[in-house]
Write a protein of this length. Structure first.
Length: 244
């Protein structure tokens, strides 16, 4: 256990040096937040909420859908391909090491989300009504993304295909949430655009919390938590089979 813990600073350093991830998950959102803030300045929703506030919330949560790609990348390299023989020769628990990578990647994604919140509030003037609750939802979204991406990496031997699946996961839920254009009106799309969509659940949980509807906010957050627990079990089974 201590040997695995000693690898965490090194893992965090590797994550911080992944400049492509920093560009895609920090720089690009900052540019988009700034751009939309200028366009939506002064515009408000029917209940009086500034459009820029809702856009910032959506943007921060959307990019959490893609945070798990860093976890998938390092697990693929260290445990499935390039460094596999070297890692399996080391005297520590490989499952715990994979778990440490996942938690480091999740934490890294959460930190990027908090940086986006900080920038949007102190530079763009976005009002975050409950920092603690938003960070909690960011954490759930990030952890869910990490788990899903590890499942893809474990079940699909072709890494390029696993990457495409992770992109489909992220972009697919953005589309199903109706952020680009309305989805067809039927039972399946209604479910995938509401309670079957982690992005929609997170957004609605935050907005319900800000309006004082605590029971509904907790209900939607708990659906995300239940999905995490179920998929975590799937990830354990798939990951152990792949590492044999």
């Amino acid at each position: 256990m201590m040997r695995v813990l000693s690898t965490i600073p090194f893992t965090m350093l590797r994550l911080a040096r992944n400049y492509i991830v920093l560009i895609l998950l920090l720089l690009v959102p900052i540019v988009l937040l700034t751009f939309f803030s200028l366009i939506l300045s002064g515009m408000k929703t029917e209940d009086g909420t500034p459009y820029s506030d809702y856009n910032a919330l959506t943007m921060v949560l959307v990019f959490q859908l893609f945070g798990g790609t860093t976890v998938m990348h390092f697990i693929h390299i260290d445990l499935f391909t390039v460094n596999r023989m070297r890692m399996f020769a080391l005297p520590f628990n490989k499952t715990m090491y994979a778990f440490s990578i996942m938690m480091c990647g999740t934490l890294f994604s959460v930190v990027l989300g908090i940086l986006l919140m900080t920038y949007s509030q102190f530079v763009l003037g976005v009002a975050w009504h409950s920092w603690g609750w938003v960070i909690y939802l960011i954490s759930l979204m990030s952890l869910l993304s990490s788990i899903v991406c590890v499942i893809f990496a474990s079940l699909v031997k072709n890494y390029k295909l696993a990457e495409r699946l992770s992109e489909i996961y992220g972009v697919g839920f953005v589309l199903l949430a109706g952020l680009f254009f309305p989805m067809p009106k039927n039972g399946l799309f209604d479910f995938l655009g509401s309670y079957g969509n982690p992005l929609t659940l997170a957004i609605r949980s935050v907005t319900d919390r800000s309006r004082g509807n605590l029971s509904e906010a907790w209900f939607q957050a708990n659906i995300l938590l239940a999905a995490i627990v179920i998929l975590f079990i799937v990830m354990l089974v798939a990951g152990r089979r792949r590492m044999r």
